[in-house]
Every structure is written in C-alpha cells, then in structure tokens.
Ligand binder design. Structure first.
Ligand code: PLP
Length: 427
C-alpha cells in the first residue's frame, strides 16, 4: 500500500478498517480530557468494558451459591475453564486437549521445564535467544542449577552478529546443530520482548528434534498478537500470559500447551497437585497421583475463577472479531504505517534519529516496533508521555511502540508520529 503522511489519509484508513468498532469495547484512559494514545498493549492490554460484567457475574455466583458454585448454577466453576478453550485453541493453534489455563507465566515455565528439561546421558544444554526476557533467563538459570549444572556451560545464548540487532534463523539452526547431542532443550520466545523479532518456531522445533532435543516456546509477546500453529509446528510445549495482547488484566492467568504426543508418556516428571488429578475421581481424594490426560494433567491448584472471568471477557472479543488472521491483517498495515511515518521523520531530518531494530520483514515481526533513539531517548519518551502517547521505555535507549489492532487506530499511529516528530525537533 502507498502510505501518505497526513491526518486525512490516516482517517481514511480508519474508515475502511473493518475492525474499527472494536475500539468501543475497550476503556481508554484519559489525558487532558482526551483518549490517550495507548501503544503499550505489549506490556498490559487495555481493559474490555465487559470485564466488569464478567467479574460481577462470578461475584454474584459466589454471593448466592458460595461453595455450591463449583457444581451448581449456569456455569459451574469446576468446568468454567473449558468455556475458554475454543477461543484459545484458535489463538495458539492447538487441539483442546493440548492446552489449559493456570497459574502465572514464569511459574508455568518452571512446571513445564520440570517435565521437559530432564538432562541425561550427556544431554543437558539449553539453547535460548540471547537477551531473553529476564524472568525466562532466571528460570532457566535456576533450573539448570537445580539439576547440578553450571549455567555458564549449560545455557547457550545466541546473540545477533556484530553490527546486527536481530537473529538470523540460519544462525539459530546452526547453533542447535553445533551443540547436537548435548542439547536437551531449545527454549525460545515466540517474539523477543526487546527487539520485537518473531522467530521461525516451526524450523526451530524441527531442528531441535533433528538433534534429538525438545523445543519449547514462551509466547508472552506472541499470543493474541500473531497467528500461531503450535500443534502443526510440532512444538513440545509452550506457555504464555494473558495480560499483554490478550487484555485479561494485570497478573492475569497464564496458559500452557503440551503437544498431544506427550500426553501418555509416563516418563515425564511433573510437580503435581490435586487440580491435575483425573477429573472423574479427583474428589475421591485417593492417595497416589493419577494425572488427567492432556494439558489439564499439569494443573496444580484450584482454578482462579475470577482471573478466568476476566480472561473470558477478552477472549469473547477475540471470538467476535473472527480468526487471528483478521487481526493480523490489520496489525500488518498498522505496524507498516508506523514504520513508514518513522522513516519519514528520519528522511526529513536527513539523519537516522530513530533506528527501528525490529525486522523489516513482516514475517519476522508482530505489532511492535522497537526504536533506538540516537539522542535524548528518555527525554523523548517523557515528552511523548506528556502529550498522552504511552509507549514503553527500555534502557538504555529503546522506545517500544505497539499498535494493537483491536483498539488502536491509524489516527493513533499518525498522531503518535506527529508528537515524535515534534520531540525530535525540540529535544
Ligand atoms: C511478560 C513476560 C514474562 C512475565 O512473566 P510473569 O510470570 O507473568 O511475571 C515472562 N516472560 C516473557 C518472555 C515475558 O514477555
């Protein structure tokens, strides 16, 4: 598409946008009496207006049914999580037996590594992206130590080549092959939180399997952002959070995927709890853990029903909007428009004031652009915030901007770029 740098053009794109009305389903914070321009959905998605009703419904059931709420009422809590699975299956590309919702993300990463990082016979290394989200780094480091290995030796981080900001797929695959039969697990983000790079999960999983290792993915920045096909890609496991692109509230419930090929494997360790016990006999409370078949067998604790209600409010909107491909179509244009406008600022300045480190190739990114500011980055970020443009700051010099197709408009993107232009001129 030929873009134009004008408010009229942005307005035209909004008029043509089939998803334009979905913005009305969200609560937009205010700044000086106007909607803020919220480009931070990669960190915390906005609140759907319907979240309150979903929570109220659960509070009402708690009020009127109390403990009977687990088994009675229109939506017994015991089965409630199942209502969320169809939308989630669509979002991550899984069969319903392969996913469940539980706990928080880092906890789930640990639980899944208990099952899928079982070093033996000289196979003990974990290969991951360099500069992964810190929580993932800490989780991996502590898991490796738990098994008696030294992280310096056992954790292989892959960094971009000198002078480059993102990873080449060939370098990832070659690194996996180079460590070959020492690799126990390849653990990658779906999208790197810092650069916004979307990784080739299918090829990473295939190469991990080629050398006899397993492949797991942290989809915190990918779930609800880009189309995923976990089953088809043959990922062994994955986990994600629901509070970023899935708008399910701060600290919202996390999800896990376990490929069906692992469902009947008795060799897998797991840290068990009663909520993972076979559903038909859980309440017999018998000694000896017998897992439910499928991802549900990884559950540990009682369902956090209120968190699930908040998640359901958001997933209903995803279902209404159609397939993730519909969202992806808009996201691609929205992100490309932001990219175009930033490139315009650089052109007009005759200088690369804002260097986009997120890949130019649309197949290698989602809704986020990470921008290195040549100078005064923090001041520029603060200037934007004062104008009501909310992005996200990462030390030492990166601003991340994420236009989200469900609630951001082309006018949002245009206006944000206008303030960025002004910031570059004055700072
Ligand atoms: C956001 C994010 C987390 C956060 O984990 P919590 O346990 O929910 O705090 C972890 N990993 C990645 C890759 C993230 O992007």
């Amino acid at each position: 598409m030929e873009f134009q740098n004008s408010a009229e053009f942005a307005h035209q794109l909004d008029e043509q946008d089939a998803l334009h009305n979905y913005r009305d389903q969200f609560l937009i914070p205010q700044h000086n009496g106007k909607d803020i321009i919220y480009l931070c959905g990669n960190s915390l998605g906005l609140q759907p207006k319907s979240t309150k009703q979903h929570l109220d419904a659960k509070l009402g059931e708690w009020q009127s049914l109390a403990v009977e709420g687990w088994f009675q009422g229109d939506n017994p809590w015991l089965e409630y999580h199942k209502q969320l699975l169809p939308a989630l299956c669509n979002i991550v590309g899984a069969h319903s037996s392969e996913i469940t919702i539980m706990n928080s993300l880092t906890i789930n990463l640990h639980l899944l590594m208990v099952s899928f990082y079982q070093p033996k016979n000289g196979r003990y290394k974990i290969i991951m992206e360099g500069g992964a989200f810190p929580s993932d780094q800490y989780a991996v480091e502590s898991q490796v130590k738990f098994h008696g290995f030294n992280p310096e030796d056992a954790v292989i981080e892959i960094f971009p080549r000198v002078g480059e900001s993102t990873l080449r797929t060939e370098d990832i695959l070659n690194m996996i092959k180079a460590h070959g039969n020492e690799v126990a697990l390849v653990l990658f983000g779906g999208i790197n939180y810092y650069t916004g790079q979307l990784f080739d999960m299918q090829n990473i999983a295939a190469t991990a399997h080629e050398v006899g290792a397993l492949a797991g993915f942290d989809l915190a920045h990918a779930a609800g952002n880009v189309p995923l096909q976990l089953h088809k890609w043959n990922a062994d496991f994955a986990c994600w959070c629901s509070y970023k692109y899935m708008n399910s509230g701060p600290g919202g419930i996390s999800g896990i995927f376990v490929h069906e090929k692992h469902h009947n494997n008795p060799q897998l360790n797991r840290f068990a709890g009663w909520w993972g016990y076979r559903n038909d006999t859980r309440f017999k409370m018998a000694p000896g853990f017998k897992p439910e078949v499928g991802a549900e067998g990884w559950q540990v604790s009682t369902s956090p029903v209120l968190l699930m209600a908040a998640h359901k409010a958001s997933l209903d909107i995803f279902e209404q909007a159609g397939s993730v491909n519909t969202l992806r179509e808009k996201a691609l244009v929205l992100t490309a428009y932001l990219e175009y406008l930033i490139n315009q600022i650089n052109q007009q300045a005759g200088d690369e004031l804002f260097k986009i480190i997120t890949p130019v190739n649309q197949q290698e990114r989602g809704s986020q652009l990470s921008i290195i500011c040549k100078r005064n980055g923090k001041a520029i970020f603060d200037y934007l915030a004062n104008q009501g443009v909310i992005g996200d700051w990462r030390e030492p010099d990166v601003i991340r901007l994420s236009p989200v197709p469900l609630y951001n408009t082309f006018t949002d993107v245009y206006t944000a770029a206008l303030h960025l232009t002004q910031a570059a001129k004055t700072l």
